[in-house]
Design a protein. Structure first.
Length: 187
């Protein structure tokens, strides 16, 4: 039986819930692009059944930040996903901040292992630091999904190197996330 994965490309193409912006680079555009590329990889693998939160670049979920988050988790729960992966980009006032990191609801959860494998794969394949895995039960998409959920911050749009990679090498990010998923499932 195929493993059901719901990919949430964090944020909307415009408000509400539009995400970070830096020097004209929009987080939601990066999340969408990498998410669609990851969808392509997973949907061509018979081990997986996959859906995305934003099937088109124009797809906007909800009418506020809270209803956007509610709609994302509703879609995943309704799909009956086995796993939820939310893709994001980080931002910081410190332009030297660099790397990927992940968030899960609780320590020792099934999601923690998947999160670690994904961030290690991104770090190895893109050459950016792995900043670790963190517990964040306050994040709506982690606490309202009915399945193990991870939120991946793929890199910093405020860091020149990370931003360059995120905008010019989206396929490498999708490939790295896919590789981390395969590693986790032993495929």
């Amino acid at each position: 039986m195929a493993i059901k994965i719901f990919i949430d490309q964090g944020h909307n193409p415009q408000n509400p819930n539009s995400g970070a912006e830096y020097n004209g680079v929009l987080e939601q555009d990066i999340n969408y692009d990498i998410g669609i590329r990851l969808y392509g990889l997973l949907s061509n693998d018979p081990n997986f059944d996959v859906r995305v939160s934003r099937p088109t670049a124009e797809t906007s979920l909800g009418t506020s930040n809270s209803t956007s988050l509610m709609e994302r988790t509703r879609l995943a729960n309704e799909f009956g996903a086995d796993w939820f992966i939310s893709l994001h980009c980080n931002a910081s006032d410190n332009e030297n901040a660099s790397g990927c990191e992940s968030y899960v609801y609780s320590s020792g959860s099934k999601a923690a292992g998947l999160a670690v494998d994904i961030t290690q794969s991104i770090s190895k394949n893109l050459g950016i630091p792995d900043r670790g895995n963190f517990i964040r039960p306050s994040l709506y998409v982690l606490r309202k999904t009915l399945m193990p959920a991870v939120l991946i911050e793929m890199g910093y749009i405020t860091n020149n190197t990370d931003r360059y990679l995120l905008t010019t090498e989206p396929q490498r990010f999708a490939d790295a996330i896919y590789e981390g998923i395969l590693e986790f499932f032993g495929l």
